[in-house]
Design a protein around this ligand. Structure first.
Ligand code: PLP
Length: 402
């Protein structure tokens, strides 16, 4: 018997991707293979000082021995995931640690920032319905806010280009100006369930909201029985030099969302709930398969302990103020830097040319930074960066912006 030749199996490749990934990101050209402290290394051995931190995720930098030890200890139990049908200790310990450090009385874990905000919207609506009936369901977000790319978080995100191709977005969500006068007129106690705000607006150019504005908004929402949600996915967990960015303002929200650095680079989000809202939530109101599993929670417990350290936070405040002062010196008549804004280890530099061009030049000079809008370069160094690291980054920036 003669074997039939097998025809090679062929498919037509319709996408522009050369590596099988959906071509939805404009990735930098190098391939990263290793990291240590504040540095990343590519396949050719070139090193990069990282002032992007995986977009505000890698607070403890790369190859941190504590994170590694927490991972290995968690692996020893044999439990990566068991689902939320059963009790496991690490998730409960992490929730207890977050409650002990905050206004909250309960925590819901999920897997990303957008998911945390979607969860917060549901919890706010559940509570508002219980207190004010079905008409009290609207959610108000702010001009310049970014809350994620899912349908409700996108409806709360003020980026026309992100929104337009995907309409209709989730309903009952509107955007207000960053003005107490406008909010005063808009916040109807009968129809509004919640207002969501980033205390420091990250994606829209690192805008630190004014204390009087946030305190005024807290007063308004409290008087009218409207939940105040702080989205601290980017600015929370040490980035401003406070464990929670709102601590600086001396006010507390009713709901707080966290994600990015929480589990040291593993995907994790959290919604922290004040007592009233937590009391209105019933079993089955919301759920997630992966959220708060034992492995990710064990790592997050370690990260939370490290970034709660008062010494680390004081250093981020102090070195952050120093970094801001150095950046401020780049704003001179005739300079390519128009303005700088920020707090702690979160800074925006307004540049004359497109920010993407500066990001490219920084990369070529061995420094990773991100953009935040068309003309703002964003610096998000790991929280472990010391003065020497910051000075190195500043020197590269000064050279490429000269
Ligand atoms: N909220 C804020 C303030 C963010 O900066 C981001 C992401 O950049 C998100 C929400 C969405 O988080 P994720 O990308 O994890 O869904």
């Amino acid at each position: 018997m003669t074997a039939m030749p097998i025809a090679p199996f062929e498919r037509s490749h319709a996408t522009a991707s050369t590596d099988g990934l959906l071509p939805i990101y404009r990735r930098a050209p190098m391939e990263l293979v290793r990291g240590s402290g504040c540095e990343l290394f590519d396949r050719d051995g070139t090193s990069y000082l990282d002032f992007a931190s995986g977009i505000a995720v890698n607070a403890l930098g790369y190859n941190d021995p504590g994170i590694r030890a927490a991972m290995l200890a968690a692996m020893d139990t044999g439990l990566i995931h068991v689902s939320n049908l059963y009790h496991t200790a690490p998730g409960a310990e992490l929730a207890t640690a977050l409650v002990a450090r905050s206004f909250a009385s309960a925590v819901f874990f999920c897997n990303s920032g957008a998911e945390a905000n979607e969860g917060a919207f549901k919890f706010a609506r559940r509570w508002a319905r219980a207190t004010g009936g079905p008409a009290k369901h609207e959610i108000i977000a702010l001009r310049g806010g970014f809350h994620g790319r899912l349908f409700a978080s996108l409806a709360a995100t003020d980026r026309p280009a992100y929104r337009a191709p995907f309409r209709p977005l989730a309903g009952g969500i509107g955007i207000a100006e960053r003005s107490l006068e406008d909010l005063d007129a808009l916040l109807d106690a009968e129809t509004v369930a919640a207002v969501i705000v980033e205390p420091v607006q990250g994606e829209s150019g690192v805008r630190v909201l004014e204390p009087e504005f946030l305190r005024g908004l807290r007063t308004l929402t409290r008087q009218r029985g409207i939940a105040l949600i702080f989205d601290e996915v980017q600015c929370g967990l040490g980035r401003t030099g406070y464990l929670f960015a709102h601590e600086r303002y001396g006010i507390e929200p009713d709901l707080l969302t966290l994600a990015k650095p929480l589990a040291g680079g593993l995907p994790m989000g959290a919604v922290l709930l004040g007592a009233d809202i937590a009391a209105s939530i019933q079993p089955g109101d919301h759920a997630t398969t992966f959220g708060g599993g034992p492995f990710v929670s064990s790592v997050a417990l370690h990260v939370l302990e490290r970034i709660s350290d008062p010494e680390l936070l004081a250093r981020v405040r102090e070195d952050g103020a120093w970094l801001g002062a150095q950046l401020g010196r780049m704003v001179r008549p005739g300079s390519r830097v128009r303005a700088v804004r920020g707090i702690g280890f979160m800074w925006g530099i307004d540049v004359v040319e497109p920010a993407a061009e500066v990001v490219k030049r920084a990369l070529a000079a061995g420094l990773l930074v991100c953009s935040a809008g068309e003309h703002t370069v964003r610096l998000l160094p790991p929280l472990i960066a010391d003065r020497q690291d910051l000075q190195r980054g500043l020197s590269i920036l000064a050279a490429i912006l000269a």
